[in-house]
Design a protein around this ligand. Structure first.
Ligand code: ZN
Length: 197
């Protein structure tokens, strides 16, 4: 092997070219007794199923303000976002939401109720946002965030938000705050442009 290392790293595309079990190039076809196109290995028989991914995050509330993070990574570099990211293997949605909050904002929170569940079929994702109470003003944003800050609801930078799952969740929050009631919202964004790091 050479000592070559890539100059940067990135998430591998979901489309697979080679069988993870035996290394043979894959065929795109409907396997026996199935009804969907899959990546199939004609050498060893492995079927490489793909399923939607979960993005988990929080609406971090500190008194009358909301905690947002400014993204220091692509996509949407420099845009403001709620703490959120891809769920990891072996964790619950709640654990993932708390982990992302720690990683991106370094904020101390108490997790509350599930607040939005958003299907994003175009991106093969489902997003879950929990309400959360921020328990300390101290923030320690990690490398994925250039800064973290509290915003009054009237100061939310609507034109500078990262993703429509974030802006629609915040819109629900602002509307619900007027009524003082925060029921769960389940909806879909069929044409959304979203992928979180
Ligand atoms: Zn194979």
């Amino acid at each position: 092997m050479t000592a070559h290392a890539p100059t940067f790293y990135f998430p591998a595309p979901r489309t697979q070219k080679f069988c993870a079990a035996c290394g043979t190039p894959l065929s795109r076809r409907i396997p026996p007794e199935d009804n969907r196109m899959r990546d199939v290995c004609d050498q060893c028989g492995a079927i490489h199923y793909q399923n939607p991914r979960n993005v988990v995050g929080v609406v971090p509330v500190f008194g009358d303000r909301i905690l947002l993070c400014r993204r220091a990574i692509e996509p949407r570099f420099g845009k403001w976002t709620l703490p959120a990211g891809f769920m990891e293997l072996g964790e619950t949605t709640a654990q993932g939401a708390m982990r992302e909050t720690q990683e991106e904002a370094g904020a101390q929170i108490e997790l509350g109720a599930l607040y939005t569940v958003i299907d994003v079929p175009q991106a093969d994702q489902v997003h879950f946002f929990y309400l959360a109470k921020v328990t300390s003003a101290a923030l320690y944003p990690g490398p994925e965030s250039s800064e973290a800050a509290f915003f009054r609801l009237e100061d939310i930078p609507w034109g500078e938000l990262s993703f429509r799952t974030v802006s629609t969740t915040l819109r629900h929050y602002v509307d619900d705050a007027r009524n003082g009631s925060f029921p769960i919202h389940y909806y879909d964004l069929p044409d959304v442009d979203t992928e979180q790091g």
